[in-house]
Design a protein around this ligand. Structure first.
Ligand SMILES: Cc1cc2nc3c(=O)[nH]c(=O)nc-3n(C[C@H](O)[C@H](O)[C@H](O)COP(=O)(O)OP(=O)(O)OC[C@H]3O[C@@H](n4cnc5c(N)ncnc54)[C@H](O)[C@@H]3O)c2cc1C
Length: 315
């Protein structure tokens, strides 16, 4: 029998070796002054390089493949501004900036500010960026369902030049997005909306604040003058490998008056389109039951806001 302290030593040595093998230890860190400089660094170092924004995901992910970090906070992509196409949000805009922006103060964009206010803690929101939230594509990324119902456009720049991607084509699987090697997200465009548009976002975690969502739901309703639904978008997070829209449920409401009974039916249809898993946060069954309740509530809330929007503009 060996003395206990020798055993501990051997175990420690073994663990140390294993840790060494998988160590996250980037050896180079760059602060590019422009997008083109960032892109040429990404192209130079290939898969060994990774953009870093707030670092709140990347530093917890600790991917040992990453040897070079390209800090994109230095390339001036932190802004929220108006344009003829809608609101433009720079990729490195933090959640604190989004939460507090007067440009995101009213429906339909207020829902993005509200979703931002529910992310993590104040410390996280001061660091974490909207670009980082969608570029580590997680089913529970809180801005994703909101961006889906707002039909956001993602501006991308890369070795082959600039391109625009609809958010509906961005999420490809857990940890997978539509970006090609060496590309970065530069901006998000939130399109303009007509009167009588209302949006809502509801997130449920295990605890009220600072937790990832068990289920999140975003809705966007555009009503016509007769009180019928002209456009309907419903998106959910944490209930499938990607944040997704439930298009059968949406089509149920088109051109109809959103009576409570109909909204209940829509919520039931939405549940048929999701595929949640059981994990440490909740069981699949609970996620389904919760989704049904939250879709109904989020539709009701969006409807109230669409009507308020109309009333306000008619005053
Ligand atoms: C304690 C804690 C609580 C959290 N709570 C929540 C929560 O409630 N809800 C939630 O949704 N998330 C939460 N998160 C996750 C995280 O904070 C968010 O996903 C955040 O938005 C990531 O942004 P970032 O700037 O820190 O990204 P980073 O960590 O810098 O980057 C994340 C990934 O995206 C890539 N990337 C970043 N920006 C770009 C870009 N412009 N173009 C291309 N690739 C890019 C990076 O290379 C990396 O792979 C939490 C994290 C922590 C640590």
């Amino acid at each position: 029998m060996q003395p206990v302290n020798t055993m501990i030593k051997e175990k420690t040595a073994e663990n140390k070796w294993m840790k060494q093998k998988d160590l996250f230890r980037p050896s180079q860190y760059y602060k590019p002054a422009s997008i083109s400089e960032a892109l040429s660094l990404l192209s130079k170092y290939g898969t060994a390089a990774r953009p870093i924004a707030g670092g709140t995901d990347l530093m917890t992910e600790k991917d040992s493949e990453i040897k070079v970090l390209i800090d994109i906070l230095t390339i001036n992509l932190s802004y929220i501004k108006t344009s003829p196409r809608g609101l433009i949000i720079g990729a490195t805009t933090t959640f604190s900036e989004i939460e507090n922006s007067p440009l995101l103060g009213e429906t339909p964009y207020d829902t993005l500010a509200y979703a931002a206010s529910l992310i993590g803690t104040p410390q996280i929101r001061n660091m974490a960026t909207i670009g980082g939230n969608i570029c580590r594509p997680s089913p529970c990324a809180d801005t994703a369902p909101v961006l889906l119902v707002l039909d956001a456009i993602i501006n991308v720049d890369g070795p082959k030049g600039k391109r625009e991607l609809p958010i509906s084509e961005f999420f490809k699987g857990v940890g997978q997005d539509a970006l090609e090697q060496g590309e970065i997200v530069t901006e998000l465009i939130l399109p303009l909306f007509p009167e009588r548009t209302g949006t809502a976002f509801i997130k449920k975690g295990r605890v009220a604040v600072g937790d990832l969502s068990i289920v999140s739901v975003a809705t966007c309703l555009i009503m016509d003058e007769q009180g019928r639904c002209k456009s309907v978008r419903i998106a959910l997070g944490s209930v499938a490998p990607i944040p997704l829209r439930v298009k059968n449920a949406e089509s149920f409401l088109i051109d109809k008056k959103p009576e409570t009974k109909l909204l209940e039916e829509v919520a039931a249809v939405a549940v048929e389109e999701i595929n949640p898993i059981s994990d440490v946060r909740a069981s699949a069954e609970y996620r389904k039951a919760l989704s049904r309740t939250l879709v109904l509530r989020a539709l009701q809330e969006a409807l109230v806001k669409a009507n308020q929007f109309k009333n306000k503009n008619e005053e």
